[in-house]
Design a protein around this ligand. Structure first.
Ligand code: SAM
Length: 293
């Protein structure tokens, strides 16, 4: 038996009710989302929610809960997505970066850190919010990173995040360039000179059914890619072939069921070696890497 059970604060009581409402609405992680929105709304860390005085409870929290119950993404409500060591601004028109992409980015950062090249050149194809490119620029300060994004609205988020991150780490500004191009034709002047190509391209088959957070709020250019979902990945393979120097590396993210299909996109007969499947933190096939022979 507990010797002393302090009374639950008003905020913690509201959070418990909110979590129930989110669960009823079909939200995947209702308690975590209820707590994260409460922390954001009250300007405290999640671990300090119980310290918010009852008199400081902000009733606008229930507007946030209503939006999340309508299946608006958590990150659109808070305006922030966490990606590795970065806080990125996100909202309508840009893909919310996902934890599985952090794993692929970590792989690339490990390879670049170990690479015996003074200033490795990196191309991030389809940069969206700038997540991958900014994380690499932050964690591998000697890298020169080129971030490509065709969609002007998504690119405006990347520009904002570049300015935000460069304010905190000024070296980033001079090491990362943002290009408003279709990645199929991007960086022609760098053919054969890039050390690492990385991409989280659209890879969802056009007829897939998706949760409302994705189907109603993510830009379709970030999601869909032909009948089997592999159209953009095939383009990434061709672009990587063109851009990479001999021995250069490619990493491309895909959906969990696409591991075998993507493996064969980077086949030996196309000039690739050491093609490997990698899993995400949940153990699902999630990205393929290969070396340009
Ligand atoms: C799945 S999102 C990934 C965004 C970001 N890299 C991330 O991991 O969070 C794919 C991005 O690629 C962009 N994109 C799709 N096709 C493109 C193309 N052909 N050229 C340039 N960008 C493209 C989309 O606009 C979208 O921002």
């Amino acid at each position: 038996m507990a010797l002393f059970d302090p009374p639950m604060s008003m905020l913690m009581t509201e959070v418990a009710v909110a979590a129930g409402r989110l669960a009823e609405a079909g939200v995947e992680s209702p308690r975590a989302d209820a707590e994260l929105m409460a922390a954001h709304r009250h300007g405290v860390a999640r671990s300090q929610l119980n310290l918010v005085a009852d008199t400081d409870f902000d009733p606008r929290y229930w507007d946030d809960v209503g939006r999340r119950a309508a299946r608006e993404p958590l990150q659109h409500i808070t305006g922030i997505a966490y990606f590795r060591y970065l806080d990125l601004e996100v909202g309508p028109g840009v893909f919310v970066p996902r934890p599985e992409t952090e794993v692929m980015t970590g792989w690339a950062i490990g390879q670049l850190t170990a690479m015996d090249v003074a200033e490795p050149v990196v191309a991030d194809l389809g940069t969206g919010s700038g997540a991958i490119a900014l994380a690499i620029a932050q964690e591998v300060p000697r890298a020169r990173v080129h971030a490509i994004e065709a969609d002007p609205l998504a690119r405006s988020w990347a520009e904002r995040n570049l300015a935000r991150c460069a304010a905190a780490a000024p070296h980033i500004a001079g090491r990362l360039s943002l290009h408003g191009d279709d990645f199929a034709a991007a960086l022609g002047e760098m053919d054969g000179r890039v050390d690492l190509v990385i991409s989280n391209p659209p890879y969802i088959p056009v007829d897939a059914s998706l949760p409302p957070e994705v189907s109603e709020y993510e830009p379709s250019a970030a999601l869909f890619s032909g009948a089997d979902g592999l159209d953009a990945i095939r383009v990434v393979e061709r672009v990587a072939r063109r851009l990479l120097r001999p021995g250069g590396l490619v990493a491309v993210e895909h959906g969990a069921p696409q591991g075998a299909a993507v493996y064969w996109v980077f086949a030996e007969e196309n000039g690739w070696s050491q093609t490997r499947n990698h899993t995400d933190l949940a153990g699902r096939d999630r990205f393929v890497t290969a070396t340009w022979a």
